[in-house]
Design a protein around this ligand. Structure first.
Ligand code: PMP
Length: 360
């Protein structure tokens, strides 16, 4: 078996022991003679997995009884319109913090349903920063404040939740979900596609505070998009059972490796290894203001695009793969989510020194 150092932005690397457990159980799930993929979502095996995943997620995040957890489909992109479909009416305003591509997409959808106030935008600096709370121009009585906790493409991350003076936060946490503890009291809703920190593509985790959900009283919301359809573990239709099974294994792995406090430390250590190389001199150039740097997606440039192409090609010969920046911005991006081992990050840091010595 060969495993390379995988820095894919998503779908991303999964813990090896999770893949191996899934492999061992794939054909004959726990002596039942069928794969978990081949079982009814209403049967005892899958309903146990579904319940276990909810309990684990609730425990890991410290959600208590205040939140509904839903395993939905359609990716985070479906949440961009589902949020305002449920929560925003004509004549109402929601505040959106624009930190680049994904925020812009969520704003575009929200404008179909109500009024959007862009409370902050870093467009002028090509999205090189996230705002301090003092920079936010919030609307009094906004329905909610939406933010992207980590921008996967630009490599920015909020160091902590924006202060909204009690207005519920709605967070697209797709690229840093479960990478560190969060202050759940501040959130009305958190959503995340699974395919970076949580499992394979195909399931989107949606967490909604019950009291916030109670404010979603719009008529004419189609059944599948209506969050209330999916509350209380309703399983209205067939969930993506294999993806949820995988998520449950990843949650088990997170707990057995010390939970969110342990991953916060590990993720800070890993990203520091790369930012130290970037900051060493001018050979590598970070694209993000220091206080806004992401611990998940480390983005940097080299002197020319030709040199960047050479870097990527040479890296691949060292089994360091999927380092190309997003097609919209170019450069180099190392995505180092929870499951990316420190060994891989050390190998990349060492290669960065080697390449500089060769070309610098
Ligand atoms: N939000 C963020 C922060 C993302 O990184 C992505 C995907 N890379 C999305 C939303 C869109 O997610 P999906 O492809 O699951 O719709």
């Amino acid at each position: 078996m060969k495993r390379v150092h995988n820095f894919s932005a998503g779908p991303a690397i999964l813990p090896l022991e999770v893949l191996q457990k899934a492999q061992a159980e794939l054909v004959d799930y726990q002596g039942t003679g069928t794969s978990i993929m081949e079982k009814s979502h209403r049967g005892p095996e899958y309903t146990k997995i579904d319940a276990e995943a909810r309990e684990r997620l609730s425990r890991i995040l410290g959600l208590g009884d205040d939140f509904e957890i839903m395993f939905l489909q359609g990716g985070a992109s479906t949440q961009f319109f589902s949020v305002p479909f449920n929560f925003l009416s004509k004549g109402e305003t929601a505040d959106y913090i624009n930190t680049g591509t994904w925020s812009k997409k969520s704003i575009k959808e929200a404008q179909l349903f109500g009024s959007v106030n862009e409370a902050f935008s870093s467009a002028e600096s090509n999205f090189s920063k996230v705002p301090a709370s003092s920079e936010l121009k919030l609307t009094p009585n906004a329905k909610y404040v939406h933010f992207t906790s980590n921008n996967t493409i630009f490599g920015t991350q909020f160091p902590s939740e924006p202060e909204t003076n009690g207005v519920p936060l709605v967070c697209d946490a797709s690229s840093d979900f479960l990478s560190r503890p969060i202050d759940v009291d501040k959130y009305g809703m958190i959503y995340s596609g699974a395919q970076k920190n949580l499992g394979p593509a195909g399931v989107t985790v949606v967490i909604i505070r019950k009291s916030f959900l109670a404010t979603a009283n719009k008529p004419s919301v189609p059944t599948m998009v209506n969050y209330k359809t999916h509350a209380e573990g309703a399983m209205f239709n067939t969930p993506p059972t294999f993806a949820v099974y995988m998520v449950n294994l990843v949650l088990e792995w997170i707990e057995s490796n010390g939970g969110l406090n342990a991953f916060k430390l590990l993720n800070e250590e890993k990203s520091a290894l790369l930012y130290n190389e970037i900051d060493a001199d001018d050979f590598y150039r970070g694209t993000v203001e220091e206080a806004s740097r992401s611990n998940m997606n480390v983005c940097f440039r080299l002197g020319t695009e030709e040199l960047e192409a050479e870097f990527l090609k040479e890296a691949a010969t060292h089994e360091l793969v999927a380092l190309k920046g997003h097609r919209s911005v170019g450069g180099v991006r190392a995505s180092i989510y929870n499951a990316c081992p420190k060994d891989s990050v050390e190998a990349l840091a060492s290669f960065m020194r080697e390449f500089k010595a060769m070309k610098g």
